[in-house]
Design a binder for this molecule. Structure first.
Ligand code: PMT
Length: 394
């Protein structure tokens, strides 16, 4: 899912399931920060959630330390989605009435991200007219209501009021980000660095982490596409539903991409492909006998230019341009030279582009351009996919 999720935990026995929910969200690729109400803390300790999420747990609205670091406004801005599970009857009532009496209710008012509630309570409390009226209000305000499920309850009664299972909640949250703009399309993406062997133990490479390409793969899945990701070496987990093909060198990447290029509707080249490789790779480790060592390099094939030059079944081609200066001019030149449909240019250098969490892009096509300002690579990927979908037509 690769989203920034705030998991709100309010008071209810189902809070024990939220521990598993954190694990499942993380497995799905999300980063999770937990915000607990006082009631929530009576059921499960913040320490449990801290250990599982790998982030400090937030409990107080007026915590001076939190205000310096992740106060309610920062948390509200950080979130791609707020999921409250379990959402008690009390919490639903406070949300329905716009109360800002604790950190969780306050950040729900302060966030622009979608707010989802997974109610969990005794079946009689759920069916009570007051709770039902509160749910109506929340639904009218476009809050997402996940569940509750029917079944046996902790109190021994049977009826509606059980919190949805963690897997169901992860699926429901993921579905919020599915835009469908590329439904049924086959998208081929290259990502990460390549490694060009010098000898059996050394190689030439670059600082690409693969984050940009993986975020685009995730966004394309959310947009309904089938996605193949040809990836250079990275430590990143494969986004769910993405077919990943691992490669090492530029030549491997070239072969893997060319094999799949004519079946693709769209090719997005985010990989930082080595332009040159060592002419003759030494078969054993090069010894440091001399003061100077000269490596002869030869040019690698330009994967993107080859795909773009296909005469038949050519996919819509989107390149990236990593530039340290004259970003716009160089990118435009690459758009023309490689005959691309679109190019996304980014400034690279000290802390920029490569391996960073955030990025900014200037997206250029023949008849126009769009500036996508600095934001997380996941948000950026969603915006770029939206732009590609607007321009791709077949
Ligand atoms: O991976 P991250 O750490 O998240 O960093 C992201 C990024 C900075 C690597 C990414 O945003 C980016 O800019 N990728 C393209 C890097 C690059 O190699 O740019 P370039 O200007 O050298 O190449 C232009 C285009 O041609 C690129 O789409 C590249 O994939 C493609 N190319 C280049 C050479 C080659 N032999 N084959 C290619 O396909």
């Amino acid at each position: 899912m690769n989203k920034q999720v705030i998991l709100g935990v309010s008071g209810g026995i189902a809070a024990y399931k939220s521990a598993e929910l954190v694990r499942r969200l993380k497995q799905a690729g999300a980063e999770v920060r937990v915000v607990m109400t006082q009631g929530g803390q009576a059921f499960v300790t913040p320490l449990t959630f801290q250990a599982l999420s790998g982030n400090p747990v937030h409990t107080d609205l007026l915590d001076p330390e939190a205000e310096q670091g992740m106060g309610h406004i920062q948390l509200a801005r950080w979130a791609d989605v707020v999921l409250i599970a379990p959402a008690s009857a009390n919490l639903l009532a406070r949300l329905a009435h716009g109360e800002a009496t604790d950190l969780l209710s306050t950040l729900c008012l302060a966030t622009e991200a979608p707010v989802c509630v997974a109610p969990a309570m005794n079946q009689q409390m759920w069916q009570d007219a007051a709770t039902q009226a509160n749910i109506q209000i929340l639904a009218q305000r476009k809050r997402h209501i996940f569940g509750p499920a029917q079944g046996e309850q902790a109190c021994g009664e049977v009826g509606p009021g059980r919190m949805l299972e963690p897997d169901e909640l992860v699926e429901a949250v993921s579905a919020l980000f599915e835009t469908g703009v590329l439904a049924g399309r086959q998208v081929l993406i290259s990502a990460g660095p390549t490694r060009e062997a010098i000898d059996p133990v050394r190689y030439l490479s670059n600082h690409s982490s693969g984050k940009m390409g993986y975020a685009i793969a995730q966004a394309a899945i959310e947009a309904g596409a089938r996605v193949t990701l040809v990836s250079g070496p990275t430590d990143l987990p494969t986004p769910s539903m993405v077919e990943r093909v691992d490669v090492v060198s530029a030549e491997d990447m070239y072969n893997a991409v060319m094999q799949r290029s004519t079946q693709a509707d769209i090719f997005i080249a985010t990989a930082a492909v080595a332009d040159y490789r060592v002419d003759t790779v030494a078969s054993s480790k090069i010894k440091k006998d001399s003061d100077k060592l000269t490596l002869n390099l030869c040019k690698n094939p330009d994967i993107l230019a080859e795909v773009s030059g296909l005469r038949e079944n050519r996919p819509f081609c989107v390149g990236f341009a990593a530039e340290t200066d004259d970003v716009h001019a160089h990118a435009k030149q690459k758009l023309l030279n490689k005959g691309l449909d679109m190019i996304a240019a980014n400034q690279v250098g000290e802390g920029l582009g490569f391996n960073a969490q955030d990025n900014a892009l200037q997206v250029i096509w023949a008849a126009g351009e769009r500036e996508l300002p600095m934001m997380s690579k996941y948000k950026l990927a969603r915006e770029l996919i939206q732009l590609i979908a607007e321009h791709y037509s077949h």
